[in-house]
Design a protein around this ligand. Structure first.
Ligand SMILES: Cc1cc2nc3c(=O)[nH]c(=O)nc-3n(C[C@H](O)[C@H](O)[C@H](O)COP(=O)(O)O)c2cc1C
Ligand code: SF4
Length: 433
């Protein structure tokens, strides 16, 4: 039986992405019409029943977020779609924006109706320049067809969506930094509380959800929260777009129902197809650079936000980077830390200095000059960074390191003795490259 379930990706490659006519023929905008006949609270209740967990990485329940914003009686309210997609190994929002942008637009418009908001923003990463054109064309066509803009579907509800462009900073994906950047300020995180539902864009109540989260909304409204929940597990409703990369045999984006196993995702012939070139799986990095690393003995874990979290793993953004035995864990962690050094905005010391110090210690391991004391120092640094960093970037920068220290300490220990199981380190001394 196929492990794939197409809900969000059902139109991929089948319709011209910016064509309202083709989107409508494929069942598009039925949910918006239905939403117009529903009370806002009824829609929020469906989102709650669906157990839609935010797809941007933190898996925060969308229903609770919507409920909190609804209760705030201050206007205008803003709807913001996070399309920064800066997490390495993640390219599923790209697919949605490129192949079915009207689904995202419909989801945002339904949210606009729920909160009586008249303005939405989508913050699309700068690297997705071509996609911005497709998205703008879809927006224009939706407006021409009466599904967006003034007096949508002949009603007194009006809603516009503006595109904002990032400029390649990972931290701008953090929701408050994203709002600062949208306002034309430096893209640095804000202190929270106050939460964005109270003080968001232009200091007004704001909803920030990920592209994939919004894309799920039309389906939830159409089929109902209970039905949507049944596609996945009792804790994680619906499906998830997963991004296979690295040494996976079949790299790409696949839609799976929550509840399949990691083994299904990596090894199923229709999904990851195993390790490329007959390689052996060494580890896999989940949810981007800020996510944990999983190992072969954890492959039977169900891909469900709660089960994964209970097992020290994470769904995160949906990235699954597969690594074979040619990869050295220390070398890999050095590349992760390099990423965080590059992307740290520099605002707080634990993140700015912590990542640099970690890189220094990891470098000692790869040169064979590390000592037993460095383990304790790395642990201490990791705990301090997780607890004292100002935002999620610094707080999660050592998640991958922590997984490796917990499950593969032996590989670090081998490096103390100048042994690199993957044969990557110490090659100079042995006459290699
Ligand atoms: C450093 C950092 C980068 C982030 N990057 C993204 C991103 O690129 N896209 C995204 O949707 N969420 C990103 N997030 C999470 C957002 O802050 C926020 O939780 C999300 O947009 C909320 O949407 P959701 O609840 O629908 O997932 C990032 C968080 C952090 C700390
Ligand atoms: S943790 Fe601190 S330095 Fe790092 S990105 Fe966040 S605010 Fe900037």
């Amino acid at each position: 039986m196929s492990k794939i379930k197409q809900v969000l990706s059902v139109n991929f490659g089948k319709i011209q992405p910016d064509s309202v006519e083709e989107y409508v023929k494929a069942g598009g905008y039925e949910a918006l019409k239905k939403a117009f006949s529903m009370e806002p609270v009824a829609i929020i209740n469906e989102v709650k029943a669906a157990k839609l967990l935010g797809r941007g990485g933190a898996a925060y329940p969308a229903g609770s977020k919507w409920e909190q914003l609804y209760e705030i009686q201050e206007f205008p309210k803003y709807i913001v779609c996070n399309a920064d997609e800066g997490e390495p190994g993640t390219f599923k929002d790209k697919m949605l924006l490129e192949k079915d942008p009207l689904r995202v637009i419909e989801g945002m418009t339904i949210a606009g109706k729920v909160f009586n908001s008249h303005e939405g923003y989508i913050y699309i990463r700068g690297e997705y320049r071509k996609i911005q054109k497709v998205f703008q064309s879809a927006l224009d066509n939706a407006e021409k067809a009466g599904y967006l803009g003034n007096n949508i579907l002949g009603t007194d509800f009006s809603f516009k969506i503006h595109i904002m462009t990032g400029a390649g900073a990972y931290v701008c994906g953090e929701n408050s930094a994203l709002l600062n950047s949208t306002e034309g300020k430096v893209g640095r995180p804000r202190i929270k509380p106050p939460h964005l539902a109270e003080v968001g864009l232009f200091l007004m109540p704001t909803l920030v959800n990920n592209v994939e989260s919004f894309a799920n909304v039309p389906t939830i409204v159409l089929v109902g929260g209970d039905e949507y929940l049944s596609y996945g597990t009792p804790d994680s409703g619906g499906t998830k777009l997963v991004c296979l990369s690295g040494h996976a045999a079949n790299r790409g984006v696949y839609e799976v129902p929550f509840g399949v196993t990691l083994r299904d995702i990596i090894f199923d012939e229709e999904i990851g197809g195993g390790v490329a070139n007959g390689g052996k799986l060494k580890f896999y990095h989940l949810g981007g650079q800020s996510g944990p690393i999983g190992f072969p003995e954890q492959l039977d874990t169900a891909y469900c936000c709660k089960v994964m979290r209970n097992n020290g793993l994470s769904v995160g953004s949906g990235a699954v980077v597969v690594l074979d035995e040619s990869v050295c864990i220390i070398d890999y962690l050095k590349s992760v830390t390099e990423f965080f050094i590059h992307e740290s905005c520099g605002k707080c010391v634990p993140c700015r200095e912590g990542n640099t110090q970690l890189q220094f210690i990891l470098d000692k391991f790869s040169k064979g000059t590390a000592t037993e004391a460095d383990f304790a120092l790395m642990k201490k640094l990791s705990t301090t960074m997780a607890k004292a960093s100002f935002c999620g970037l610094g707080q999660a920068a050592t998640t991958a390191l922590d997984s490796c220290l917990k499950y593969r300490k032996a590989e670090f220990e081998a490096h103390l003795n100048k042994q690199c199981p993957a044969g990557v380190c110490f090659t100079n001394e042995e006459g290699g490259e």
